[in-house]
Each structure stands twice: as C-alpha cells, then as structure tokens.
Ligand binder design. Structure first.
Ligand code: NDP
Length: 299
C-alpha cells in the first residue's frame, strides 16, 4: 500500500523542506567504529559499588572494557567484594570512603587520581541512603545526613573530579537519582528533594562543562530489588501494588539500571547531556491504568 502526501508544501506559512547534504555512516562502518559501543580502556569511579545498583554498574562497566575504582563505607563489605572480584579476574580496585564526609571525599579523589594517572573518563555517583518518613517525622539530623550523603557528596565529588574528567578529553558523569525526584513517593520528602536536586545539577553542569567535553546525566530508577527496598518488598500487598502500577509488570533488577548507565558513558551517547532518564518499567508514565496487562515476562 502506498500513501500520497496531501500536505501542500509551498503554501504560505508552510516551509517546504530543502534537501541538504547529510553524512550517514554506513552500517558496517558504524559497528566497527572504534569505541562507539564499548568502554574499552576507560577509567571509572563508581561510588557505593559493593552492593545493589552500584555493584551491577561496576560489573557492567568492567564487562564493556573499563577499569573501575569503587568505594563503600564498610571496610569488611568492601574487602569481601574486592577479594571476590580479584578471584574472578575482574579489574576493580577500591578504598573505604564515607561519601558524606568532606575530607574522606578529598582523600578518595586523591587516591583515584594517583591510581589512574590523573585522568578519569567516568564518574558514577551512586552511593545513597533512604530514610522513609513523612515530613513531620524527620529530625534535622536526618535531614543533614540525607543531604550530605545523597546530594552534597555528588556535588563535591563532581567538583573534585572535574580536572581528571577534563584531562580525559571525554568525561561522563552519571547521577543515580530516583523517580522520587520527579514524582512524590512515600520514600519521604527529603529523599525526594535530594534526588530532584541531582536532576537539576545535571542540567546546570551539562551547560557549564560541555566546553570541557564533560557530559552529565541523571538516571532515575523505579523500584529495584536491592537491600534498600528489601523492607518494602517484604510487604506483599505493597509490592503487588507497585507491580500493578508498573506497565512492564514487575519490579526492576540492578542490571536494568546498569545498562542505561553504561550507555550514557559510551561514545554512542555523545550527544546526550543534562538529561534525566527514568528506568522504571513505565511506572511514572502510568497516569491511571489501574491494572497492568503485561505479564512481567519481558526478558
Ligand atoms: P544498596 O543499599 O543496595 O547499596 C548502596 C551502596 O552505597 C552500598 O555499596 C553502600 O555501601 C553504599 N553507601 C551507602 N552510603 C554510603 C556512604 N555514606 N559512603 C559510601 N558508600 C555508601 O542501595 P541501592 O543499590 O538500592 O541504591 C543505590 C542508589 O540507587 C542510591 O543512590 C539510591 O538512592 C538509588 N535508588 C535505588 C532505588 C531502589 O529501588 N533500590 C530506586 C531509586 C534510586 P555499604 O555496602 O558499605 O553499606
């Protein structure tokens, strides 16, 4: 079947499209273009890489050719994970750092700089905590802790890592934000505020640092199975409600997030900056479809 356009193209007010020369790379060259879909040789720092989403990001980046440095605040947990990776020949180094503490962040970037020879291609600000309380239940101490861990740490690490990312000539920063930074969730107003701020920070830094060839994006996960959501998912009714609101028909896994993070670090995404990309099985675009009709078996 063929269609004929009925839109008049030379009428007043309608601009007829002019044919211009566009360069297209042929498909066979595209797949072979060095590095377009790879992280070969890239140097990455992922905060909070011992568990959950961070761990999946570490392993995804490594699988695509990167060398990774990570940190977490619990020495025992970190040592155990580093030993596991070493035994499997996975190139990951790490050190203890509580990202909510200023001098520990400074120490971390000094260590990363000396480990990677003054250059860094990728910074993934993943470490974060949640305190699920309503506004009136939060203490000021909890407010400060959430702000320091989720927001101040990411902001400060970006500033500290800026010279290293600039030196690499094609830096990529990814914030692990949350859908709680875009819509109101019962994960608490302060948690949501920290995540919304990360989304805004990505926009401002994207504009300020494009000249330094650094891209900054935010990835907002929906409900993902990790230790952070263990308590929520142990409530069957609550979990069923979450799934019912999710068009894809299941909760997410850390690997659903790490693939997006990896893409945002690749040369193939070199025209994407300042964006917030929600990876949530469609939960936040579901205005009101009370029951999903998917079967959750999308993979
Ligand atoms: P996990 O609790 O499973 O993992 C958190 C990681 O961050 C751990 O490695 C932990 O280290 C580390 N960490 C926590 N606080 C600090 C700190 N102060 N300094 C250094 N490291 C720290 O959580 P998730 O994987 O679920 O969460 C990762 C990110 O994803 C967070 O920013 C979270 O807000 C975000 N997110 C998660 C969602 C979910 O549904 N799971 C949804 C939306 C966003 P250690 O092992 O030493 O404790």
């Amino acid at each position: 079947m063929s269609f004929t356009s009925t839109v008049p193209t030379n009428q007043e007010g309608i601009q007829a499209s002019k044919k211009v020369a566009v360069t297209y790379t042929s498909p066979d060259v595209k797949v072979r273009e060095p590095g377009r879909w790879s992280l070969q040789g890239k140097k990455a720092l992922v905060t909070g890489g011992t568990l959950g989403i961070g761990r999946s990001v570490v392993e995804e980046l490594v699988a695509l050719g990167a060398t990774v440095y990570t940190c977490s605040w619990e020495e025992e947990e970190l040592d155990q994970r580093l030993k596991e990776w070493e035994a499997r020949g996975v190139p990951v180094t790490g050190s203890v750092c509580d990202v909510s503490v200023q001098d520990q962040r400074e120490r971390l970037i000094l260590d990363v700089s000396s480990h990677f020879g003054g250059k860094l291609d990728i910074l993934v600000n993943n470490a974060g905590i949640a305190i699920r309380k309503s506004a009136m239940e939060h203490s000021l101490e909890e407010y400060s802790l959430l702000m320091a861990t989720n927001l101040e740490s990411a902001y400060h690490l970006c500033l500290l890592a800026h010279p290293l990312l600039k030196a690499s000539g094609s830096g990529s920063i990814v914030f692990i934000s949350s859908i709680a930074g875009v819509v109101a969730l019962f994960s608490g107003p302060i948690y949501g505020m920290t995540k919304a701020s990360l989304n805004q920070l990505a926009k401002n830094l994207a504009c300020e640092w494009a000249k330094d060839k650094i891209r900054i994006n935010s990835v907002g996960p929906g409900y993902i199975s990790t230790s952070l959501t263990e308590q929520i998912f142990s409530d069957k009714e609550l979990k069923d409600n979450i799934v019912r609101r999710t068009p894809i028909g299941r909760v997410g896994e850390p690997d659903d997030i790490s693939s997006m993070v990896a893409f945002l670090c690749m040369p193939g995404s070199s025209y994407i900056t300042g964006q917030t990309i929600l990876v949530d099985g469609g939960m936040t675009i579901n205005g009101f479809y009370p029951r999903y009709e998917g079967n959750g078996n999308d993979k």
